[in-house]
Design a protein around this ligand. Structure first.
Ligand SMILES: NCc1[nH]cc(CCC(=O)O)c1CC(=O)O
Ligand SMILES: [Mg+2]
Length: 331
């Protein structure tokens, strides 16, 4: 049985050549949609490869301008900063997070000076600074919500005062967006934006990232008492609603590709700026398959990024940002 409209209707007509395909394309990916996560390391003249993330580097501050320059020139609007902290600067309370001279703050001041048009996204969570690798402080074996808030707020204010324009809490403590907003406003930082990792799942896809920042080996247990259960979807809607009510300006879903359904639901429900994080494990999978010759790296990269746009994401944090921007600029 053929479709009753066939052969009058032939869906393939609109796919017949490149010009027509371009005309009828429903979604577009642009350089404006990209946020590039970068890793910072202490020391001098450091540009270290991350084994599980081919092409991704950890750089010291004296090599930072050279690292970030191409992204700025390509017009990528924002970069997200992640510090690798030496073991000697970690403790149970994440004290280094409040140090105005910590690596992240020094990087922020330098970048704000060298690249004034580049938005800086600061990850707020204690895992770079805790010797147990958790995102908050531990009391009686439990990541204590309310006591963690105090440190996270101090961390957020510290970053904002160093020039981070977009504060991105990734810790998943309850109430942190509201407390951070209040503290920023109290200091007159009314235009410091909050991009909340609202629906962040306890995921196996963060493995290579924990390698990159050196928090993986340290992590005791898992993050299931604060990050979301991958089985849940309605809960993501409640999390986003709470963060928006507390003052989040933008929300994020993380990881990305395995959670496109969540992005779609969040976008449809709230119609607010919604971002996806294509996380380290997703990047590593594409790179590994490409290195084996099993998939075409560039095509898989561009297809994965378009998938986020189609799902409803306004932008994507992706380790592919620079390569994708080059590709988009080339036309
Ligand atoms: N709060 C820390 C944080 N911020 C971003 C990522 C992961 C990013 C990635 O995998 O690319 C993580 C790891 C975690 O929650 O353990
Ligand atoms: Mg929450």
């Amino acid at each position: 049985m053929t479709h009753p409209l066939f052969p009058i209707s032939r869906p393939r007509r609109n796919r017949v050549d490149e010009a027509t395909r371009r005309l009828v394309a429903e979604n577009r990916l642009s350089v404006d949609d990209l946020i590039w996560p970068i890793f910072l390391v202490e020391g001098e003249d450091q540009n270290q490869p991350v084994a599980s993330m081919p092409g991704v580097r950890r750089v010291s501050l004296d090599r930072l301008a050279e690292h970030v320059g191409p992204a700025a020139e390509l017009g990528i609007p924002a970069i997200a900063l992640f510090p690798a902290t030496p073991a000697g600067k970690k403790d149970a309370e994440g004290t280094e997070a409040r140090n105005p001279e910590n690596l992240m703050c020094r990087a922020a001041r330098q970048l704000a000076r060298d690249f004034p048009n580049l938005a800086l996204v600061g990850d707020v969570a204690l895992d770079p600074y805790t010797d147990h690798g958790h995102d908050g402080v531990i009391r009686q074996g439990y990541v204590h919500n309310d006591e963690s808030l105090e440190v996270l707020v101090a961390q957020a204010v510290n970053q904002a005062e160093a020039g981070i324009g977009i504060i991105a809490p990734s810790d998943m403590m309850d109430g942190r967006v509201g407390e951070i907003r209040k503290a920023l406003d109290a200091r007159g930082l009314i235009n410091t934006r909050i991009m909340s990792y609202s629906a962040k799942y306890a995921s196996a896809f963060y493995g290579p990232f924990r390698d990159a920042v050196g928090s993986g080996g340290a992590l005791k247990g898992d993050k299931k008492t604060y990050q979301m259960n991958p089985a849940n979807s309605d809960e993501a809607i409640r999390e986003v609603a709470a963060d928006l009510a507390e003052g989040a300006d933008m929300v994020m879903v993380k990881p990305g590709m395995p959670y496109l359904d969540i992005i779609r639901r969040v976008k449809e429900e709230f119609r607010v700026p919604t971002f996806a994080y294509q996380v380290s494990g997703e990047y590593a999978m594409i790179e590994a398959a490409a290195a084996n010759g099993w998939i075409d790296r560039e095509k898989a990269m561009m297809e994965s990024l378009m998938a986020f746009r189609r799902a409803g994401a306004d932008g994507v944090l992706t380790y592919f940002a620079v390569d994708a921007a080059r590709r988009l600029r080339a036309g």
